[in-house]
Design a binder for this molecule. Sequence first.
Ligand SMILES: Nc1ncnc2c1ncn2[C@@H]1O[C@H](COP(=O)(O)OP(=O)(O)OP(=O)(O)O)[C@@H](O)[C@H]1O
Ligand SMILES: [Mg+2]
Length: 159
Amino acid sequence: MPIAALPQTTVRVLGSSQVHTDSASLVKELIDNAIDGRATTISVEISSNTLDDIRVKDNGHGIAPNDRSLACTMHCTSKIRDLDELRDIGGRSLGFRGVALASAAEMSRCLTIATRIEGEETAAELKFDRQGQIARYLKIRSWLCRAHISLVKSAHLFR
Ligand SMILES: Nc1ncnc2c1ncn2[C@@H]1O[C@H](COP(=O)(O)OP(=O)(O)OP(=O)(O)O)[C@@H](O)[C@H]1O
Ligand SMILES: [Mg+2]
């Protein structure tokens, strides 16, 4: 399902005020996203001070080109459309509020997502500003192109 904004009524009921309190909570959210993305392999790299560099890489289905601009926008999710769908989602998704990446972008000096979906010849590398808007979009022809890998990188958390 493509990413779309949740209706305001749904947002209010969900009380989506979740923020990452520390690096560990951010890593947990990124791992949840990888699992929801059907990843079978996930790698985590963290700098020794836990703030300057956090990278979570997975081999799931990736983020489709049309969804990329909304990936870090508050209350935008591909997992539910409204409250009715909450009843059916139990056990199928670890997150559905559409806040984790938006919060991560807000809290990072630089949030980068590199991703590629099946059928794409190149991967895309997107840098998001603190408002969750794409600040830079690059096509990359690297090892990413050989597998469906997504990499989410947060640099300089809380700075
Ligand atoms: N590793 C990933 N692989 C594939 N899609 C992803 C990945 N990470 C994020 N996404 C996409 O970006 C969207 C936004 O992610 P985000 O974590 O902010 O929200 P969510 O997972 O829907 O809900 P929650 O905020 O509760 O985690 C997801 O709904 C999903 O479509
Ligand atoms: Mg999530």
